[in-house]
Design a protein around this ligand. Sequence first.
Ligand code: ATP
Ligand code: MG
Length: 832
Amino acid sequence: MSVVGFDLGFQSCYVAVARAGGIETVANEYSDRCTPSFVSFGPKNRSIGAAAKSQVVTNCKNTVQGFKRFHGRAISDPYVQSVKSSLVYDLAEMPSGSTGIKVMYMEEEKVFSIEQVSAMLLTKLKETAENALKKPVADCVISVPSFFTDMERRSVIDAAQIAGLNCLRLMNETTAVTLAYGIYKQDLPAPEEKPRTVVFVDLGHSSFQVSVCAFNKGKLKVLATAFDSALGGKDFDEVLVSHFCEVFVKKYKLDPRTKPRALVRLYQECEKLKKLMSANCSDLPLNIECFMDDVDVTGVLNRGQFEEMSAGLLSRVEGPLQCVLEQAKLKKEDIYAVEIVGGASRMPAIKERISKFFGKELSTTLNADEAVARGCALQCAILSPAFKVREFCISDVVPFPISLKWSSAVEEGLGDCEVFTKNHAAPFSKVLTFYRKEPFPLEAYYSDPKNLPHPTTTIGHFLVRNVVPQASGECAKVKVKVRVNVHGVFSVSSASLVELLKPVEGEEPMDMDHAPKEDKNKMQVDQEEQKSPGDVPGETTPETDETSTEDGKQEKKADQPSQAKKPKVKTKMVELPIEHKLDWQLSNETLNLFVENEGKMIMQDKLEKERNDAKNNVEEYVYEMRDKLHGLLEKFVSPPDRDSFSSKLEDTENWLYEDGEDQLKQVYIDKLAELKQLGQPIMERYMEAEEGPKAFAELGKQIQMYMKLVGAYKAKDEQYDHLNELEMTRVEKQVSDAMAWLNDKMNQQSKQDPTKEPVVRVSEIQAKTKELYLSCNSVVSKPKPKVELPKDDKTANGPVNGQPDAEAGGEKMADAEQETTDNAKLPEMDID
Ligand code: ATP
Ligand code: MG
């Protein structure tokens, strides 16, 4: 399984992986750890990430950006409508009413759902992770803003599925940051001590998120979150763009808002200026050449003026800070540290306000850009059985209160109960009890629409099916489990009917309120998941009939008034099917179709890349050979051949810009082969000329060595007196033949015209060297029979002619094996 975390940002994304015992943010194909959240559509392929961003000016209508917040929103949604006019690309309505984008792709007008667009981005991020890990990636953790509602979350999960990812958890961005902060801290208070309370602030491109979190050794508990979903770096860019639009209208009579391409350039330049102003408070210029109608424009601004213009935005910083403190019932003095992350938190005015609010210096111990991705990767490592990560328990919160509505069986009225309060611990399951005779519907909704950053309050409709009355005709007891899962998504996850059984003679009767042990365990699984000492109040009061609303109580009394007086009976739990109706949930068929289409588009991109690579190979070869024909290779080609090859290269270059501009991959492959037919022999002659002398020298060295040995043998050197005379005579002959061969070939080669085939090829010389070695070495390296040697004379059994002796080789092998075994143990890691 892969351990990967993706920060799916509004402006840019980061990928972190677990590797070599730690978490690492990895770079994309441009060696950049930041991948822009851009997808660009072309006539033959898509570009994603940095390649797409580079097309934002040239192909602006078909380059999509800033789409993160369209997840789970209708095209008629006020947010979508409000940003629509500032988009350079077109939006389109999907059949379900949700938001899609309309672009020209493969020379056709196409509409893609927002899930498909995010899936494209995820495909790129997945590829980045795969390149880093050198293995397929599926399991991952993906970040979302903490204020995303169910619709938005489900839409991101669908996007992950389209991209072939198995999202183990959608993690709230601020929670990912808290994990990245807490897991490495060695000095957190013990579990029974007062926790350390830290505030985290993330100001990204599109939103401002704050969370307050309590840390103890081995656990983090998010206490509260707050946000301004319409305050981010892009809103400051907007201030600058508006300012310069006004300036240019006045100064040059040019309105950038009338020309998408000019507007895109202005956004880019304003963002750059904004970043420069973070580091510099003097007057700074903004220059754009050939902006509109061939006019160069200039402007100037300084930080003071910028902050004045942004006063409205800056005044919104304190709201969410105050809000988290109030929710968590904390005072500023209770806060141990304030950690800031997110690109836009680098603005001095923002930092000043946060710091002033808390009355303390801000901490920037985390990497402002990468903390979210790193937190996600850490969470993925915790969830992965393949990694050993320090025990760390993460308790998040439900951001918006969730209620359940039902029609009462008795009163014909409506029942209603807030099942998850704001800031309730999550993930979490609760069991509700109903008394019914027939299938019944439930509706989940957000019960505080005023504070919901989304116009749709409905979460989903659920129908508990197959409910039948008890044998006696009375209402049956139905236990319904509701859950906010690891993704922060609500569901009615299961339901069961408590069937009363006739007591069997001789057996102890059981209280029906205590389900058989097996089932009870089943019910509690999810609650156990949540378990962290002292923070699960819902665990003891999970049932509506005991816990909460008037309706619930009425219902119990009315539906089953005599229940308590009944004799104790044995029960059996019967699992009930649940029908879900979730708005905009992509159907399985649609999802499968999208998965298939994504696969096709990936393939198309791959083919187009291969085609382009084939074309580039031709181009590169033309340039390389043209250069070399008049340099390195000049000596190895006759002037007439060089001229005809040169003109062929020139023709090819022209062809590449004309008929050859847009050809099939095979055409380029054939073209390259045609050129290489001419170029390769020249190249080979050059290589032979380079390598030939080295091969000759190698053979010469070997001949010399054997000659020396034969000489010593003949001179009766006692070191060699064990060698066989007949064999040594043969060696001598072979050596002198080789010598004659060498001299002859070298002589011929020195007279050979370098524009012609060499007399002898490097491979032949090497073969000769090997042949000589094979026939002589076994003779001369025969070990001398064991005799008592003076202590330091080890040469007799030592290596002959530099070949490693068997024993040394053996030892090396053993070392290598040791290494491989050690490597095999690697997958466990301890994140320290
Ligand atoms: P979101 O969190 O809203 O999904 P994101 O994660 O893509 O968006 P970040 O990468 O955290 O956003 O931040 C990007 C924003 O930070 C941009 O508006 C960018 O201009 C801004 N930014 C980055 N560096 C600086 C800087 N030095 N000064 C001011 N703003 C900066
Ligand atoms: Mg972000």
